[in-house]
Design a protein around this ligand. Structure first.
Ligand SMILES: *Cc1c(COP(=O)(O)O)cnc(C)c1O
Length: 376
């Protein structure tokens, strides 16, 4: 049986660098991954709290400083489980500027999303606009650390305390960011992150939930295994377990985390410097933040200008991404357009530029030159 697929030759007539996308998954040395697979084969244990999964969780705790990380299938189910574990009802205050799945999880869990606009400098929820949206039915605030930049966690905590609300963070972009010396993922009652292949650090597919609260930890852990422990059934969970193959990718990639973050920082600074004289708005990293440089967002003056820039880059085989367009409020299945004008305006004008381990400085300079010429 011959079913090997020939790889398509990706060459470019117009540039020397081949196709450039917004991101590219980090590849650990093949042999290092295969060595881990050998152990899996020897143990004959492929999933269900295997050795590599436990090893990965321990490394997340010790090396990255996550509080009680629970590795699971992906960063989406992680959000569902957080809402379930906290038994949230009624309204959840959330941001209009995130991946749509942040809101979709709220709705899937039977709650109502209430949208709050963002701070245009950090792209994160604007705490000054939260209190006016709180009602007697509000149970929690679910905010996203957009592009890995920290939400104003202190202001959000103060509001939550005052009104007796839970705080959940969608930290899908935030792995590796530290705030005041501590992993950003340890703020709030509970947080999630994603290890999808497109994120700053990956396990192909994967995610985790972390919390300092032992009760929430216990609930999420049980819900990850269908509410089952051993032969007993305790609660209504779902299957959010992840496999040894995915945990192995995490174990294989973790030794390279510091190198990945260091190179991204350098690349990010190259972009910032090259675009300093160009009339585009760049992200402002808040004080006390060790940023993971997960994305390089650039806000143009108009959507028209964005389309011009994108066309110029496309013509050179460079493909940035419109993260996130449209704003969640504008999605046809949400239908709340007009509620969050800053989110909506930014959504139409923001472009994330290619940023990943291995991207050459010369390509960054080329991208900046193309942008400078296009926005003139
Ligand atoms: C990627 C992403 C998710 C979902 O993570 P998956 O692991 O892909 O399920 C959730 N929220 C945001 C903001 C994301 O970018």
């Amino acid at each position: 049986m011959e079913n090997k697929v020939k790889p398509i030759q990706q060459t470019s007539a117009s540039s020397g660098h081949g196709l450039i996308f917004v991101t590219k998954a980090f590849e650990p040395p093949f042999e290092e991954y295969m060595e881990l697979m050998r152990g899996v084969w020897q143990r004959g244990w492929f999933t269900n709290n295997g050795q590599l999964l436990r090893q990965f969780e321990q490394a997340l705790e010790e090396q990255v400083g996550l509080a009680n990380p629970l590795f699971m299938v992906n960063g989406t189910i992680a959000i569902n489980l957080m809402i379930r574990a906290l038994n949230l009802k009624g309204e959840i205050i959330t941001t209009a500027f995130s991946h749509p799945v942040t809101t979709i999880c709220i709705i899937w869990e039977g709650c109502t999303p209430v949208f709050v606009d963002i701070d245009p400098d950090t792209f994160c929820i604007d705490p000054a606009r939260i209190e006016e949206r709180i009602t007697p039915r509000t149970s929690a605030i679910l905010a996203t650390h957009v592009y890995g930049l920290p939400c104003d966690v202190e202001a959000i905590e103060a509001i939550a305390k005052k009104h007796g609300l839970k705080v959940i963070y969608d930290g899908a972009h935030a792995f590796g960011t530290k705030y005041k010396g501590e992993s950003l993922l340890n703020y709030g009652d509970v947080s999630s992150t994603s290890y999808h292949a497109t994120k700053v650090f990956h396990t192909v597919e994967g995610g985790s939930v972390q919390t300092k609260d032992p009760e929430i930890f216990k609930q999420v852990k049980l819900m990850r295994t269908m509410g089952q422990f051993g032969e007993q059934f305790f609660t209504m969970g779902l299957n959010a377990k992840n496999s040894e193959m995915h945990a192995a990718m995490g174990v294989a990639n973790l030794p390279y985390l510091d190198a990945i973050l260091a190179q991204r920082k350098h690349q990010w600074q190259c972009y910032a410097q090259a675009l300093a004289q160009v009339p585009v708005q760049l992200a402002k990293v808040p004080a006390d933040t060790e940023y993971n440089h997960a994305y390089f967002p650039m806000v143009l003056r108009s959507e028209e200008e964005l389309l011009t820039v994108r066309k110029a880059l496309d013509d050179r085989d460079i493909h940035p991404r419109r993260y996130f367009n449209p704003a969640i409020t504008e999605l046809p299945y949400i239908n709340r357009a007009g509620e969050c004008p800053i989110s909506e305006s930014v959504s139409h004008r923001v472009l994330c530029l290619p940023l990943y381990y291995g991207l050459e400085d010369a390509v960054i300079d080329e991208i900046a030159d193309i942008i400078a010429a296009a926005v003139d």
